[in-house]
Design a binder for this molecule. Sequence first.
Ligand code: CA
Length: 484
Amino acid sequence: MKKLSVFIVLVLLLCLCTVPAYAESGIISKRINFKNPGFIKGMDVSSVISLEKSGVKFYNEAGESEDIFELLSDHGVNYIRVRVWNNPFDKDGNGYGGGNNDVKTACEIGRRAALYGMKLSVDFHYSDFWADPGKQKAPKAWENLSFDDKERALYDYTYNSLKEIKSAGADIGMVQIGNETTLGICGENEWQNMARLFNSGASAVRAFDKNILVAVHFTNPEMTDTIKWLADTLDENKVDYDVFATSYYPYWHGSLANLTDVLSYAAEKYGKYALVAETSYANTLADTDGHPNTVAQGSNDKGENLLWDFSVQGQADELSAVMNAVNNVKNGKGLGVFYWEGAWITVGDTTSLSGDEYSNRVLKNKKLWESFGSGWASPFSGEFDPDDAGKWYGGSAVDNQAFFDSSGKALASLDIFKMVSTDVLNGDSNGDNKLNIRDSTAIRKYIAKLRTLDSCGLRAADFNADGEISVSDATSIQFFISSR
Ligand code: CA
């Protein structure tokens, strides 16, 4: 009997002796040699105040409740982006949703980001709700103004908003003049007028603080000729700006090599910085709030540029690959990457619910979305955007692209912001900056599932660099220590 037990233990040990490096308790990633020491590893968390008002809390890996901005900063996020709408409310004060992000919300986000040493990028949509290639509607208050008056209003609004956001305590580092303005801005689609509005915004930023970077933001980098034409057109129309930015969603926007190429065009020809202002990737195809997701089974889940699994590791890999693509922009002009809405999780978890339980939870969620603006759009947005938001309003379409699970706990993928800049001492599995017998023990315990390793520990644990964490890493460390 005793012999049999020993045999079983031996077989179990053999089965356990190799675990894949892509482990649940952490992520594996390479360090990127950033050419720009201040490379932006940023995140857009525009919806986060409305989530908190809806009762959402965020937790670190140990399950302790923590301020979301502290959590992000601790994990290596160094810049926060926030969208700003002029007046996302109806005349009765009901919010359109999407965080109801007016200047007041930007003040709160900027103030809290600065408490943890993170700069703020202010993304003016110059609209009362979502602006993108399909929509560039002027705010309600500006729609009947003459063009000259609108140009002045845009200048004043930019200047006064920045003053308010800075007074709240924000450390403003960059300002976007418009959001995804490929086909227009603020109700204008003729370049002569567009250029005047870009310059009106830019001159307000320059007058406010000449150290703030001025960014212009486009999308569809896969339309290579269009992007290059935009860079030329900005130049021909003498638009004053520092940063040429694009969105990059890999299911729509072409290859990473093409991304580097189109961003290098404005960098080489016009000396501009290059930025990915938005990217994201799904860590699962499941939904957790009862509102369909952008990336789901049968929706944006297939394509030649979706190079990564829909997993926590895949999410980290995508962001690291996009950072790498921007870092590869010619002449060292790669400025950084913002992950879009990396904290827009559910306000009420519908996972594993069905029937009445599911419907009741979704009804509760709808109330939260509409009361606090924590969904992408509320029914009140219909007065401003009847054809899209007014029809399809609801919750979060990106809860499966956040760096937090549905309970608000940080996923291992959040480590990627730090991992891309961190040198790990090879073998230092327990993270005490020393290589000794304790690291060998940590690996053995990890393999036996008696302890976890964080992402840096996992990277270090693959001592022999064969892509796996196995007993041979532990024995190699012991051999290395005894022979030095
Ligand atoms: Ca959803």
